[in-house]
Ligand binder design. Structure first.
Ligand SMILES: NC(=O)c1ccc[n+]([C@@H]2O[C@H](COP(=O)([O-])OP(=O)(O)OC[C@H]3O[C@@H](n4cnc5c(N)ncnc54)[C@H](OP(=O)(O)O)[C@@H]3O)[C@@H](O)[C@H]2O)c1
Length: 335
């Protein structure tokens, strides 16, 4: 028993939103009641809680579906927790940025997997969160199910992260792996990834390195305490990596990987790099891998699926954390 009862809004009812909403409606996180879910066209609000049966079909066909934005639920204090899972939008970060600001400024806790607002407005949002006491948790934004931000928060407090280096985008890693192992050209590997649903129809954000840059920015600011912006990241994507370059690298015992790195002097770079095959971050397929170089503990590398279903684990863990903190603050017994 957590001793608290938080009313949650899941904003964005797509791949992640559906899974998170179902998990909450089935009571996976004690202390949280799912009272609202929203998609682009409107939302459904049930103060008594949404049931699993109601989440089976299209929420737009449920009785009481309201057309328009669910922002009034935040403005009118009808929810205690916003789980923001709308699409990542560059360059504005909207509408998620406005949703998150609206929630935080009213003391409503926020959990999100949406990279854009956290990458574009990290300082502003963390200051807002500190000023109102609302929590802002975003483990799902980077590395899918790999606990990177919380690893720093909970397990590495006695150390210092000096630099970061990693593969942060599963789509480009899949393409480069197919070029490495099967000798495919970039164009063929991309088409294959699109046919398998690994790459988007418009793959620009992934292949031109922007997705990696957003994630790197989130890690640099949250894990290393820097204050960098997107324009501070030097970005080169993989669209000009040739089959010949990959094949020559392979002959030399190397692989071409899209690497995001934060150097010890705070420079952020995203670029295709040659990586030794026995380097711990040299993972293949859709895997992600990140090495934190720590002042005392040395190198620590984490490997895992960087997107898809594992991201739900990160989001639900953040929701658990909100319940734990709220339970402690209200003097109730923690979970
Ligand atoms: N999928 C992953 O593996 C993954 C991993 C890490 C991070 N992320 C990030 O997590 C977020 C959600 O990802 P996803 O894969 O679940 O996305 P998705 O499948 O594209 O779903 C997005 C949902 O947001 C809704 N939406 C769009 N605009 C909205 C608005 N203004 N208000 C309310 N809802 C709105 C869409 O509504 P309709 O249903 O009406 O279209 C849809 O339900 C994205 O920012 C993504 O970058 C995803």
């Amino acid at each position: 028993m957590s001793g608290v009862s938080l009313r949650a809004l899941v904003n964005g009812y797509g791949f992640l939103g559906r899974r998170v909403a179902r998990a909450l409606a089935s009571g996976k996180v004690p202390g949280v009641k799912l009272v609202a879910v929203a998609r682009s066209t409107g939302y459904i609000h049930r103060p008594g809680g949404l049931t699993l049966e109601e989440l089976e079909g299209d929420i737009a066909s449920l009785e009481g579906f309201v057309e328009g934005s669910p922002i009034s639920l935040l403005e009118d204090g009808k929810v205690d927790l916003l789980i923001e899972l709308t699409p990542t939008n560059l360059p504005t970060g909207e509408p998620a940025l406005t949703h998150i600001k609206t929630a935080l400024s009213r003391g409503i806790d926020v959990v999100t997997a949406n990279k854009a607002p956290i990458a574009l407005a990290y300082r502003e949002l963390t200051e807002l969160s500190r000023s109102t006491g609302a929590l802002l948790l975003f483990e799902g934004t980077v590395g899918g199910g790999i606990p990177l931000v919380s690893l720093r928060r909970f397990c590495l407090r006695g150390d210092e992260v000096l630099s970061i280096r990693g593969i942060l985008n599963g789509t480009t890693n899949y393409i480069l792996s197919r070029m490495h192992f099967e000798g495919l050209t970039f164009e063929l590997a991309l088409r294959e990834a699109q046919n398998l649903g690994i790459a988007e129809r418009d793959p620009t954000l992934d292949i031109e390195g922007y997705d990696t840059a957003l994630k790197l920015l989130i890690l640099a600011n949250s894990v290393m305490g820097l204050n960098r912006r997107l324009e501070d990241v030097r970005i080169t994507g993989i669209s000009r990596v040739t089959a010949d370059a990959v094949s020559l690298a392979k002959e030399a015992g190397l692989a071409v990987k899209l690497i995001g790195s934060v150097s010890p002097d705070g420079h952020l770079t995203v670029a295709p790099r040659l990586v030794k095959l026995n380097d711990p971050i040299c993972v293949h397929g859709t895997l992600n891998a990140v090495t934190f170089r720590l002042r005392t503990a040395g190198d620590l590398t984490l490997i895992g699926e960087g997107a898809g279903e594992p991201t739900v684990t990160s989001i639900l863990n953040d929701v658990w954390e909100v319940v734990s903190v709220r339970a402690r603050l209200t003097g109730a017994r923690g979970t």
